[in-house]
Every structure is written in C-alpha cells, then in structure tokens.
Design a protein around this ligand. Structure first.
Ligand code: ATP
Length: 235
C-alpha cells in the first residue's frame, strides 16, 4: 500500500532522514519506534507531504506521492493525526469533525461516519456542542483521531497518540486504534515512544535511530529482541 524508497528529508542543512526504506501492507498496523529526535515525526511529515523528501520516492497504492501537495495526498486517502493533537480549540466538537470531512461531498456517507465515530467515542457525542479546547487531553486525542477518520482514510498516520495522557486513557485509545483497524480495515502507521504498547497492537515494527532504520521485524520478534528490550522497553 505504502512504500518509501531511500527517502532523504532535510530541514535546511539538517538531514533528518538518511535513506529510509519502509513498506506498509493494506490492513496492517505498523509502528515506528525510536528515541527523541530519531526522525519519526519527519517520516510522517514526508509521507503526508508537509515536509517533502529532497531525495527518494514514496508510493501510495502504486502512485508516486513524494512531489504531491498535502491536500492532494489527503484526497488519495492518507490522513495524519499530528503530535500534540492540534484540534481547533474554538470550534465545537461537531465543527471539528465537520472540518475533517471538508474534501468530501457524499453527505449520507458523512452522516454514517459521524454516527460510527459517536458510537466509538460516546463522550464526543455528549460533548458535541462544547468547544474543542475545553476537552481533557484524552478527549482531545479522541477528537483528533475522529477528525482524521472523518476524511475516511485508507491509511491513518498517528503521531504519538499516548503523549501526556494517563495510562488508563492511553490503554483506551490503543484499544480503539485496534478496533478501527479491525472493523474498517483502515491501515495504521503509528509513531510512538511508548514502544511496549505500540508493539503490543502492531503487526510489524521499525526501529529508527539518528534518521536511519536500524531494525525491521514482526512486532512479536521486536518485543523479544534483547537490544530493543534494553533500549526501548526498559527491561
Ligand atoms: P520526538 O520523539 O522527540 O518527536 P522524532 O523521532 O519524531 O522525535 P523528529 O521530530 O522527526 O524526531 O526530528 C528529527 C530531527 O530533525 C531532529 O534532529 C530534530 O531536531 C530535527 N528537526 C525536526 N523538526 C525540525 C525543524 N522544523 N527545523 C529544524 N530541525 C528540525
């Protein structure tokens, strides 16, 4: 579904990605783990076209997307949930969700998706007329994921969904991520510092260090890999 080939991405003179190769199959949950500054967010930004690669190629469903604008990439079915949630704080929950569907005009399907989301996160239905900025951190994360789902993506890019949230809320959000993957066959590309949780729901994982992919394996193998345990799982 998604293929990154020798991707090199820069911020001015700083090279954040140094020739990375990643493949994601349709229906998978893939996680990308690594320390602070390894290049995880930059990988997502390169895929979504926000920080396009200077060299290398990215294919989505067989089409080259590395030179496309971010909105064209969203239009193809890739939605990103940025780190730190970034919902529209002054808009209501319902308005935030409407914004997620701005590229669509299939009204009856949009209505169905909204009902699905309110079923997935009943708290958002309860708070639909409340300003997004007044929600708790966990609720804002739910809203950010839901807003991305309103675009009906085939591939959902999630950047650190656990950041700054209480363990119970994180567990709930990870259960929902698994559910979205299982029920809709939405493919998930998950960037996480919480490697333990991410590897528990992922099918496969990649480990990133200093802008390079250093390991790629099934999530089960990475969970039992001694180097991964020591560096990322605190065991
Ligand atoms: P974290 O887990 O802390 O979010 P990360 O693995 O997502 O880290 P990136 O945010 O992709 O890492 O950063 C990769 C490298 O690129 C780092 O060295 C970082 O300092 C640098 N970088 C990121 N954004 C910018 C920017 N806007 N301008 C300059 N350098 C940047």
């Amino acid at each position: 579904m998604l293929k990154l080939i020798d991707v090199n991405t820069y911020y001015g003179n700083i090279q954040a990605l140094k020739g990375i190769d990643i493949e994601v199959d349709e229906g998978e949950i893939i996680c990308l783990i690594g320390a602070n500054g390894a290049g995880k967010t930059t990988t997502l930004m390169s895929i979504s076209g926000i920080v396009p690669p200077r060299q290398g190629e990215i294919f989505f469903m067989g089409r080259p997307i590395h030179e496309m604008d971010p909105d064209a990439i969203v239009g193809l079915g890739i939605s990103q949930v940025p780190e730190g949630r970034r919902i529209f704080p002054l808009l209501t929950v319902a308005e935030n969700l409407d914004m997620g569907a701005f590229l669509r005009n299939d009204k009856s399907e949009i209505k169905k998706d909204l009902a699905y989301i309110y079923d997935l996160f009943p708290i958002l239905a309860e708070r639909r007329h409340q300003a997004g900025g007044t929600l708790s951190g966990g609720e804002q994360q739910m809203l950010a994921i839901s807003r991305a789902l309103m675009a009906r993506p085939r591939l959902l890019l999630l950047d650190e969904p656990s950041l700054g949230l209480a363990p119970m809320v994180v567990r709930r959000i990870f259960q929902i991520i698994e559910k979205i993957n299982a029920e809709n066959r939405t493919t998930i590309f998950l960037v996480e510092q919480n490697a333990n949780l991410a590897l528990k729901i992922a099918h496969r994982g990649y480990v990133m260090e200093n802008g390079r992919i250093t390991l790629a394996d099934s999530a089960a193998s990475l969970l039992s890999n001694e180097a991964v345990k020591k560096a990322y799982l605190g065991i």
